[in-house]
Design a protein around this ligand. Sequence first.
Ligand code: C5P
Length: 240
Amino acid sequence: MIQDSSRLLIAMDFSDKNQALAMAETLDPKTCRLKVGKQMYTLFGPDLVKQFHAKGFEIFLDLKFHDIPNTVAKACAAAADLGVWMLNVHTSGGRKMMEASVKELQKFGTDAPLLIGVTVLTSMGTEDLLETGISSSIEARVLMLAQLAQSSGLDGVVCSAHEARLIRQAIGDDFLLVTPGIRPQGSDVGDQHRVMTPEKALAAGADYLVIGRPITQASDPLKAMCDISDSITSWLSNAN
Ligand code: C5P
């Protein structure tokens, strides 16, 4: 199990920059990190990342790069220059793309961000996979992509908590599992498909939990974040 008391990555999916900055103001960089995804990065670019950095937050830049190896490797280097803590690429971009990214990030030495591979999006079910021409089960597909990511030198993968145990058993402890699709008991599932509660995700072997709307769209976001953070802390102290 990783030694990081801050396991919560808050998905900052806002269209209003001031709303996002106001939300960050209420949060504590010691208890969570912020995830900047395609919506906010497209709207506000590197400046937003710099503003979150200035507030003391480490950033997971969730742009899910997927392109030819040279383009993705250079995009990873640009993200590393920005000083992000974690970034990701699509594992379905293949070994050459991932290895080129790892090689580019090695130039940053100990300042290199963690490089994580997206396996199968948590919004996708078996039917969705089939429509894209993939007839294997989600579990088999995720495991295959996770093994490809590991042998390509990535630090870990994004997967649904439903596949976390399977990956842990096959790959071992020295590989980060980042799980979106986390829903506290009773909260709205939205467009996510393969969801799990924070405690169950940790028990299944997840290292970092990505949580967006259950916090950002809550009537009281700070309370929602504190409740989840407390449940993580109490689960971790029971597990140790
Ligand atoms: O609001 P919600 O908790 O569903 O947000 C989940 C976040 O995680 C979103 O920002 C989404 O883009 C991201 N994500 C995901 N599935 C993945 C990778 C990232 O839902 N496989």
